[in-house]
Design a protein around this ligand. Structure first.
Ligand SMILES: Cc1ncc(C[n+]2csc(CCOP(=O)(O)OP(=O)(O)O)c2C)c(N)n1
Length: 175
């Protein structure tokens, strides 16, 4: 995993260089958590992106998209050469924030404070439909300044959503 982490960090920098810009700090602090989630925890593969029983993941700190691209490419959801060729180019789907027209991406995000509240809805829907899937999101620590995060957290507690897991990338910086 440590060696893979270095490989993916190189991919992140290649993507950013190819696109002429990105969020290097937030990508680097996010990468290991994202990699461990996709490799060891999430019940989702490129073959099951439309399976109603798949686990859901939302990158709430959506500006760290280059780390997300590196992991999605490693896990075969996307092709790294395609991402590098299209990243930040006009008309390309490989934009600087999560785009739910791409396979495996559940939600357009990047406007901070929205990931957890939307995940509360996904988790609540799962409970009501009797589904076993789990819902995961990663937020930035700076993102916690958004009031909607706390409204989401309170709703999650109120509805006892034990199928919801929120991780915070506590890097002590706001970008
Ligand atoms: C609602 C909203 N306000 C402002 C921004 C601009 N913005 C993008 S990243 C960022 C800082 C985020 O800090 P943090 O969540 O700690 O992320 P990290 O430092 O890990 O990249 C801000 C203010 C935004 N994307 N959305």
């Amino acid at each position: 995993m440590e060696l893979l982490s270095w490989d993916l960090r190189r991919d992140i920098l290649d993507i950013i260089m190819a696109g002429g810009g990105g969020h290097i700090g937030g990508d680097m602090s996010l990468l290991n958590a994202l990699m461990v989630l996709y490799k060891n925890h999430l019940n989702i593969t490129p073959e099951t992106v439309d399976d109603p029983d798949r686990d859901r993941f939302v990158l709430s700190k959506g500006h760290a998209m280059e780390a997300y691209y590196a992991v999605l490419c490693h896990c075969r959801f996307l092709d790294l050469d395609d991402v590098k060729a299209g990243f930040n180019k006009c008309g390309s789907p490989y934009i600087g924030h999560p785009n739910n027209k791409l396979p495996g991406i559940e939600m357009n995000s990047g406007s901070l404070g929205h990931g957890l509240p939307v995940c509360v809805g996904m988790a609540l829907a799962g409970k009501r439909d009797g589904k076993k899937y789990r819902v995961y999101t990663i937020l930035g620590d700076g993102e916690l300044a958004e009031g909607s995060v706390w409204e989401g957290a309170m709703a999650a507690g109120h509805y006892k959503l034990d199928n919801l897991c929120a991780l915070i990338d506590r890097n002590g910086l706001q970008m």
